[in-house]
Design a binder for this molecule. Structure first.
Ligand SMILES: CCCCCCCCCCCCCC(=O)SCCNC(=O)CCNC(=O)[C@H](O)C(C)(C)COP(=O)(O)OP(=O)(O)OC[C@H]1O[C@@H](n2cnc3c(N)ncnc32)[C@H](O)[C@@H]1OP(=O)(O)O
Length: 165
C-alpha cells in the first residue's frame, strides 16, 4: 500500500462529521486535510471546475470555507495538543466559528494547489484565536483572523446541545 494512503489528518479523527468543508462523511464536500508543520497547521487543497469564481480564479466563498474549516479543525487539534493527548483519545471536542474575518489580497488561481497555514495566537477558556494565511504558488493571496469557540465536549452532558448532531 502507498505510504501516503496511510497518512492521517485532523479530519480523520472527527467522527460523524458531515461538514461541507471538513467532513469525511460528506460525499459532496471539499474534503480538506490538515496536519501540523511545527507550530503551524497546514492544508493543501486543489480546486475543481465547480469551485470557480471566474474561469481562472477561485471563488472567494470557497476560500472562506477552506479557511474556516481548516481553522476549526486546527482549534480542535490544538486543544488536544495542549492537553498532551492524541487525536484519537477522549473526550472529543468540536469547535464552531465565532468570527471569520477574511482579507482578500490578490486574485487566487484555480489552476494550482493552494496552501493554508494557520497559527493559534491565543487560547482563553473555550475560545481559540488564530491567524490564517492563504497561499497560491507561494504568494499570499488572502489572510484571516478567526475565532473558534468550543461548542462540544463529549465529557459533558450534550442533551440539548445542537452541535452534537
Ligand atoms: C460528535 C459530534 C459530531 C459532529 C462533528 C462536527 C464537526 C464540525 C466542524 C465544523 C466546522 C465548520 C465551522 C462552521 O461552519 S460552524 C457554524 C457557524 N457558526 C455558528 O453557527 C456559531 C453560532 N454562534 C453560537 O453558537 C454562539 O454564539 C458561539 C458558540 C459562537 C458562542 O457561544 P457562547 O455564547 O456560549 O460563548 P460565551 O458567551 O460563553 O463566550 C465565550 C468566549 O467567546 C467569545 N465569543 C462569543 N461569541 C463570539 C463570537 N461570535 N466571535 C468571537 N468571540 C466570541 C466571548 O467574548 C468569550 O470570550 P471572553 O470574553 O471569555 O474572552
Amino acid at each position: 500500500m502507498n505510504e501516503q494512503n496511510d497518512k492521517k489528518y485532523f479530519q480523520d479523527y472527527m467522527n460523524e462529521n458531515v461538514c461541507f468543508g471538513c467532513g469525511i462523511h460528506n460525499d459532496q464536500g471539499l474534503h480538506i486535510k490538515s496536519e501540523w508543520d511545527g507550530e503551524e497547521s497546514v492544508c493543501v487543497w486543489e480546486s475543481e471546475e465547480k469551485y470557480h469564481g471566474w474561469s481562472n480564479l477561485m471563488n472567494g466563498g470557497v476560500m472562506a470555507t477552506l479557511i474556516d474549516c481548516h481553522c476549526m479543525c486546527t482549534a480542535m487539534a490544538h486543544a488536544y495538543k495542549l492537553e498532551g493527548r492524541a487525536l484519537n483519545t477522549m473526550p472529543e471536542y468540536r469547535y464552531a466559528t465565532g468570527t471569520l474575518n477574511v482579507k482578500y489580497l490578490k486574485p487566487t488561481s484555480n489552476n494550482d494547489p493552494v496552501e493554508l497555514r494557520a497559527k493559534v495566537t491565543e487560547v482563553k477558556g473555550k475560545k481559540t484565536v488564530m491567524h490564517c494565511g492563504f497561499y497560491s504558488l507561494g504568494e499570499k493571496t488572502a489572510e484571516a483572523e478567526v475565532i473558534a469557540i468550543r461548542v462540544y465536549d463529549s465529557s459533558q452532558d450534550s442533551g440539548a446541545n445542537v452541535f452534537k448532531s
